[in-house]
Design a protein around this ligand. Structure first.
Ligand SMILES: Cc1cc2nc3c(=O)[nH]c(=O)nc-3n(C[C@H](O)[C@H](O)[C@H](O)COP(=O)(O)OP(=O)(O)OC[C@H]3O[C@@H](n4cnc5c(N)ncnc54)[C@H](O)[C@@H]3O)c2cc1C
Length: 245
C-alpha cells in the first residue's frame, strides 16, 4: 500500500497518466533492497494530484503535488525488484544529469547567436558593440564557456555510452561525475545568460528576444535533480569521503 505526498515531480500537475513512484517498502529502513520504484497509473483509487505550479521557467514541464492514500497496485508494477530498483534509479540520475548538460548547452548556443547578432547590429560611438574591447572580452568568455560545457556534455555521454571503459552508469563514481558536470553546466549557463542580459540591457529582458526565457529555464534546470547544493554534497561525499553530510 502506498501512502505519502510527493511535490514537484516532472510532468505531474495533471498531465501524467502514469507515475514512477520512488518509495520504500519498509518505513524508516536504510536497506537499499527496500528502496522501490513502482509504476502507478494516475487514475488508481487513492491517487490525487493538484494542478500545475506557476514556476519561473520550463513552462512545458508541469509540476504539482501528488497525494497517495492507501494506493494499491499489482506487485509486478514494481520496476525491477529489491536492489535492482535502486541501481536503475541511480542510472536515471546519471542520464538526467547528462541530458541537463545538453539542455544548458542548447540554451547557451542560442544565447550566443542572439548576442552575436545584437552586438553586430548595435553600435556604440560609431562602431559595432563587438568591436569594443570590454564587450569583446565578455563575448570571448561566452564562447569559451560554451565550448568547455560542450566538451563536458560529450564526456558525460561517452561515459554512459561506454561502461566497458568507465564502469556502470549506476556506480557512485559515474553518478557523482554526472552530478558535477550538471551543476557546472548550470552555473555556466546562468553566467552566460546573465552576461548576455548585461550586454543587451533591457533588450535582454524583453520577452521578444528569448534571452530572458533561457535565463528562467536554466535556473529551473539548476533546481531539478536535487538542485545545486545536493550536487555539491554528493561530489564532496564521493571525492572527499565526507562522513557527516
Ligand atoms: C522543475 C523541477 C522538477 C522536478 N522533478 C522531479 C521529479 O521528476 N522527481 C522527483 O522525485 N523530484 C523532482 N523534483 C524535486 C526536486 O528533486 C527536489 O525539490 C529537490 O531534491 C530538493 O528537495 P526538497 O524540495 O525536499 O528540498 P530540501 O531537501 O528540503 O532542501 C531545502 C534546502 O535545504 C538544504 N539541505 C537539504 N539537505 C541538506 C543537508 N543534508 N545539508 C545541508 N543542506 C541541506 C538544501 O540544499 C536546500 O537549500 C523537481 C524539482 C523541480 C524544481
Amino acid at each position: 500500500m502506498i501512502n505519502g505526498h510527493k511535490l514537484w515531480p516532472t510532468n505531474s500537475g495533471g498531465v501524467a497518466d502514469l507515475f514512477g513512484v520512488v518509495c520504500t517498502t519498509k518505513a524508516g529502513s536504510t536497506d537499499l533492497d527496500d528502496f522501490a520504484f513502482i509504476f502507478v497509473p494516475a487514475k488508481t483509487r487513492g491517487c490525487t494530484q493538484s494542478g500545475p505550479y506557476q514556476k519561473a521557467g520550463m513552462a512545458a514541464d508541469k509540476n504539482g503535488d501528488i497525494w497517495f492514500e492507501n494506493v494499491r497496485v499489482p506487485v509486478w508494477y514494481r520496476a525491477h525488484g529489491p536492489g535492482e530498483d535502486f541501481k536503475y534509479f541511480k542510472e536515471m540520475v546519471s542520464w538526467g544529469n547528462m541530458l541537463s548538460v545538453a539542455f544548458c548547452t542548447g540554451a547557451m548556443l542560442n544565447a550566443y547567436e542572439l548576442l552575436s547578432d545584437f552586438c553586430t547590429r548595435t553600435s556604440f560611438r560609431g562602431k559595432p558593440l563587438k568591436e569594443n574591447d570590454d564587450i569583446a572580452g565578455v563575448l570571448a568568455d561566452v564562447a569559451r564557456d560554451i565550448e568547455v560545457t560542450r566538451i563536458v556534455g560529450y564526456q558525460a555521454a561517452r561515459m554512459l555510452d561506454r561502461p566497458d571503459l568507465y564502469g556502470d552508469s549506476w556506480s557512485d563514481e559515474i553518478v557523482t561525475k554526472c552530478r558535477a558536470y550538471k551543476y557546472f553546466a548550470c552555473d555556466k549557463a546562468i553566467e552566460v545568460l546573465e552576461n548576455a542580459m548585461n550586454i543587451m540591457g533591457p533588450h535582454g529582458s524583453d520577452r521578444v528576444e528569448d534571452i530572458e526565457k533561457h535565463w528562467r529555464d536554466v535556473k529551473i534546470i539548476q533546481l531539478w535533480l536535487g538542485g545545486k547544493q545536493l550536487g555539491q554534497m554528493e561530489v564532496a561525499r564521493w571525492y572527499y569521503d565526507c562522513k557527516t553530510l
